[in-house]
Design a protein around this ligand. Structure first.
Ligand SMILES: [Zn+2]
Length: 116
């Protein structure tokens, strides 16, 4: 926060301005603290909503990856083709996709936090 009289920065725990000696008004301090808390609350809430929203595409991606890989067209020895259930493959593909997605989101969030 800053001094009301001279505008120089004051530490939160200081009672007087170290530049001009003006007493720090308690009311001013509390109002600023409250505003800061409000800002923090708003930001936390917003980033929570943002976090959930960011993971919605992941559900769609997993659904696509799963449906593409859970059945595979396989050729048999007799030249016939049939669909085979390949849930193991689908599981691992989905698993890898989740890991990559989470990693990308973490990096993106770090970059965003550094910018703000
Ligand atoms: Zn001052």
């Amino acid at each position: 926060m800053v001094c009301e009289k001279c505008g120089n920065p004051i530490k939160d725990e200081d009672r007087f301005c170290t530049y001009c000696g003006e007493p720090v008004s308690k009311v001013n301090q509390e109002t600023q603290q409250r505003n800061l808390n409000l800002d923090e609350k708003w930001w936390t809430r917003f980033s929570k909503v943002l976090n959930i929203t960011l993971y919605i595409p992941l559900l769609i991606i997993i659904y696509i990856v799963w449906s593409l890989n859970s059945t595979t067209l396989v050729g048999s020895l007799f030249g016939e083709y049939e669909y085979k259930n390949t849930y193991g493959k689908a599981f691992w593909y989905s698993f890898i996709v989740v890991l990559i997605y989470v990693a990308i989101m973490r990096i993106a969030r770090k970059l965003l936090n550094n910018n703000f």
